[in-house]
Design a protein around this ligand. Sequence first.
Ligand code: NAX
Length: 328
Amino acid sequence: MSTPVKVAVTGAAGQIGYSLLFRLASGALLGPDTPIELRLLEITPALKALEGVVMELDDCAFPTLAGVEIGDDATKVFDGVNLALLVGARPRGPGMERGDLLEANGGIFAPQGKALNEVAAEDIRVTVTGNPANTNALIAMSNAPDIPQSRFSALTRLDHNRAISQLAAKLGVPVTEITKMTIWGNHSATQYPDLFHAEVSGRNAAEAVGDQDWLANTFIPTVAKRGAAIIEARGSSSAASAASATIDHARTWLQGTPEGDWVSMSVVSDGSYGVAEGLISSFPVTVANGEWSIVQGLDIDDFSRGKIDASVAELAEEREAVKELGLI
Ligand code: NAX
């Protein structure tokens, strides 16, 4: 077996963590031949619960799990990590305004960005799942000046997977027939799941659906509000699906996209498709040799333009707010 890959998970005692850790440890990310070392960060009051989770990890006797370290000090936990999955975040509490939420999360993601900058491995890759994911990733990136900006990303793969699943169900085809799905913009209710570039068995998805009303008034809101629908049904937010998407995202980043397909990743904008430079926004991306590239040259019609602009405007507002708070 090769040298273990060191993977940090924050918020490891939370709901998503409870699903994510077991899949990571069992080889779902790196495969059966690469050992993984887990570095788990929690806040002090959650460390005891995390010890219980580690007992369960031990009890699984996963052949690929080379070690587990836990702690509440980011500079110790992140030391030498190759991949950081930043899941722990401050949820919006009752009466909390957006500014309060951004400030509370700034208090988490600014120091975590600094710690990664100081102690992570040279090849560090960072994925932010904790909400507001795009702006939290922007805060972490801005506080890690020595790490290339391309190593920061936020999770829109869950939205991407939801869009694939909804489209496949509508057309009665297996999910494997759907390619080139794109989520544009922010991981929020303003996100834009785009069927105009997606394909079903190689055919344009919007044409295959042939129902603009379904596309605009059912598909887009169903995908964008799926998180709320799950809370309504389950009584708590998506956890196993979010963990699964976090693994899909990281696996694609490490292993690449297949020929003729792409995925949705929130990455730093270079100005492509009119998305202001420096925002962390969701784009169609291909990945090769561990590096992502934004798919270029897609035609954006007026309908899509309006949707992308609205979501990007929200990201720009969030950036202004965290700038004013001195977080970036
Ligand atoms: P939980 O509240 O169950 O767990 C969060 C954990 O983070 C807690 O154990 C808490 O102690 C820990 N934590 C808080 N501050 C921390 C810090 N400074 N360092 C380390 N750990 C810290 O939430 P869970 O359901 O696991 O969701 C985690 C995050 O994912 C939330 O922000 C949630 O909104 C977000 N989600 C993002 C999704 C996406 O697609 N990007 C979808 C699912 C999910 O809603």
